[in-house]
Design a protein around this ligand. Sequence first.
Ligand code: KG4
Ligand code: ZN
Length: 358
Amino acid sequence: MILGIETSCDETSAALIEPNDGRPLLRGLVILSQDVHRIFGGVVPELASREHVRMLDPVVQRTLAEAGVGWDRVTGVAVTAGPGLIGALLVGVMYGKGLALSLGVPLIGIHHHEGHLFAPLLEDPDLTPPFVALLVSGGHTMLLDVPAWGEYRLLGQTLDDAAGEAFDKSAKLLGLGYPGGPALAALAEHGQPKAFALPRPLLHRENLDFSFAGLKTALATLLRRQGTEISASTRADLAASTQAAIVDVLVAKTLRALEVSGLQRVVVAGGVGANRSLRAALDAGVARLGARVYYPPPALCTDNGAMIAMAAALRWRAGRVDDRLGWLGSPRRDLAFEVEPRWPLAVPGVTAEPRLDR
Ligand code: KG4
Ligand code: ZN
């Protein structure tokens, strides 16, 4: 049984996955979203690290207790090694090293984004590459061509703000607090998506890149024009129009990625993948192309230990030692790896990692 640990940002999470011969079962999961950042309107890295230090052990203990599993059943520890906040990553990796050492089991370092890509397997265990992946989180927005598990080719990415960042910054402008994505989405349900015309940058460009930085400026300008007294319905219209602008671009580029790659499957991963409006629009667009879209269960779209344990279970089963990156995803008994706060999953034109099944 693999214990997965995730501490790259502001969620302290652990999960237990039973490999079950290639059809992994989720046996326990605890996700603790740190509340301390709320009053600052964004994640404060030092506070995130301190909260991880305080809460990681209780979160892990609780995960085992909920699964009714003792330490003797844990045969491997998987931990997010990057990318993310360096202090936050260090807490998880050092805890993981200590735990692996004391249990006498291997430690597996996992790339956070690869973890996100494995989350849909918890819903659809038969999902296999090749597929297009849309990774939409608070820090990243990318389209990937995934010919095999472990092999990632970048098709396009954001040139500035990530989709989740666009949700969060717009939510802040609308006074919805932090983290604003889900709050903006909830408010948008009561508004008209066509009420305000917000920009859809790069929508008609041939490439598969995104740009969301202009959106918050456009929204700020609209808000200034509205003056100080904004009615509840106008605020809902602004939220709905902002969401529509983000969703339109994400869907159009994802469908284009399917067309240019000739692939028939899309995997959506990352926090914004929980957005209902995105799911509805993507479902409709993908169905028109006769393709199929896979999502993680909504609760596993945002950061969690299950996706990390899942990626580790499949990597371990493939028994692959990555010779280029040395330690990536291969069980290590010598615990010899470091955190990687900046770590590209894929760079343009280059396949980042050897295949898992080689
Ligand atoms: O993947 P994630 O948990 O963390 C990163 O690795 O960044 O994604 C968090 C992001 C935040 O920007 C959050 O506002 C956004 O996902 N998010 C949403 C929704 N749920 C989470 N954005 C729009 N609609 C949602 N329902
Ligand atoms: Zn994430």
